[in-house]
Each structure stands twice: as structure tokens, then as C-alpha cells.
Design a protein around this ligand. Structure first.
Ligand SMILES: [Zn+2]
Length: 247
């Protein structure tokens, strides 16, 4: 059945009234959901960071083990060559084996230097790791407190909010899609969440700009959907607020 413009305006105004109540409830919760979600992001970020540092530290420890093995091998080789030196047959052989021993010694030096470097890196990274762990603990504590606060407030208001949201869903069914899309867009763009507003003291109660008398009278006729020239919100007359059924 085709709705009159007046019925459409009433349906929109009713929906707005319900949504305004939902907005008030959410205002009571205020910034808390945002703060909780920010803290959750921080905690997740720190956990990733800690994981990464931890695996870098593990890699450094592995590198030290590898280097220690290299040193052990080089030392074993050196011993072997030193034994061979005892029964060399000529100078050429002596020089070749001496050269090998020298190379093994250099290898040991390189590995020792590396081990020292890894050690410094481990010291630095461990400090960063410990700082991150302390940060995480602190953030987690903040998060637990904020979450508990939010849970309390949510529990207090959740039932009412759910009922209103259900009511809003039902009210939406009585509004044609085209209008509902316009309404939703207006509501999303408006800071105060108002898409449908009344005339108040000759002005739009959404943006407080004056409405010319002729336009006011058109609005009171309820024959056309009229939007505010300044903010684009759908305008209804003062009377509509009084006629509206209490949600
Ligand atoms: Zn306006």
C-alpha cells in the first residue's frame, strides 16, 4: 500500500527517535570501546614485537653455537696438522701444512670476533626485549581495567540497547528503501547522528540555521519531503514530536 508523505515523515521521525535513544546509550559508554580497541591493538602489536625479538635472540644464540662448533673443528684440524708436521718429508710439505695451521688459526679468530659481536647484539636486544615485555604488562593491565569498566557499563545498558535496536529494525521495515538509504547516509554524515530534525524557533534543529517562513509552512503541510537548505537533513514540523508515539 502506498504511504502518504505524512506517513513517510512520521515513520522517519519515529526511526530517528529510536536511534537518538540508542545514541544516548552509546554516549554513556563514551570513549571506552575505542580506548579498549586501541589498547587491544597495542597489546597485539607488542606481542608480535616480542615474538620477533625473541626469534632474533634465538637466531643469535644459534649463530654462537655454530661459531663455537667451527672453532672446535678448526682446533681439531690444527692438532691434526701439528701431528703431521712431525713427519713431513720436505720443505714444501712443511710450508703447506704450516699454511693450513695458519688458516685454521685465522678461522678461529674470525669466529671469536663474531661470537663477541653476537654477544653485544644479544645484550642490546635483551634490553629491548625486557622493555617490550614491561610495556606489554602495563598495557595489558590498562586493558583489563578498561575492559572491566566497559563490561559493567555494557551490562547495565545492553538490554535496553538491544530492545531499541530491534525496535529500530522493525521501524525500518515501514520505510521505503530509497528513503532509508538517504536517512542512513544523513545519519552517518551528521556528527550528532540526526537525519530527521524538527523546526525549532524558526530554525533547523540540526544545524540551527533559519528556515524561511514559506518553507516552514510547506513543511507543516506535510505534502512533500523537505530537507534543510544548509545541512540537508529531513525537516519535520514541531507538532510531529508531540504526535510521535513514545518508543
Ligand atoms: Zn539544517
Amino acid at each position: 500500500m502506498e504511504q502518504t508523505v505524512e506517513q513517510k515523515l512520521k515513520a522517519l521521525y519515529d526511526l530517528q527517535t529510536i536511534h537518538t535513544k540508542v545514541d544516548k546509550i552509546r554516549q554513556v559508554r563514551g570513549e571506552l570501546p575505542m580506548e579498549v580497541s586501541d589498547l587491544e591493538d597495542d597489546v597485539a602489536g607488542l606481542e608480535t614485537r616480542i615474538q620477533k625479538i625473541k626469534s632474533e635472540l634465538d637466531d643469535l644464540e644459534d649463530s654462537i653455537v655454530t661459531r663455537k662448533n667451527l672453532i672446535r673443528d678448526a682446533q681439531a684440524n690444527t692438532k691434526k696438522y701439528e701431528t703431521q708436521l712431525n713427519d713431513v718429508k720436505n720443505n714444501r710439505e712443511y710450508d703447506a701444512i704450516s699454511k693450513e695451521i695458519e688458516i685454521q688459526g685465522l678461522d678461529v679468530q674470525v669466529s671469536e670476533k663474531k661470537i663477541k659481536e653476537y654477544g653485544f647484539e644479544i645484550t642490546n636486544k635483551t634490553a629491548i626485549y625486557e622493555k617490550a615485555v614491561a610495556d606489554l604488562e602495563e598495557r595489558q593491565k590498562d586493558l583489563d581495567v578498561k575492559k572491566a569498566e566497559l563490561d559493567t557499563i555494557t551490562a547495565e545498558t545492553q538490554k535496553e540497547e538491544q530492545e531499541l535496536v530491534a525496535l529500530a529494525d522493525k521501524a525500518k521495515e515501514g520505510i521505503e528503501e530509497r528513503l532509508l538509504i538517504a536517512y542512513t547516509r544523513l545519519r552517518q554524515n551528521a556528527k550528532n547522528g540526526l537525519a530527521v530534525v524538527t523546526i525549532q524557533r524558526d530554525s533547523c534543529s540540526g544545524c540551527f540555521n533559519q528556515i524561511p517562513p514559506q518553507r516552514q509552512s510547506d513543511i507543516r503541510q506535510r505534502k512533500k519531503i523537505i530537507v534543510c537548505e544548509h545541512c540537508g537533513r529531513i525537516l519535520v514540523d514541531e507538532q510531529m514530536a508531540l504526535e510521535a508515539e513514545p518508543a
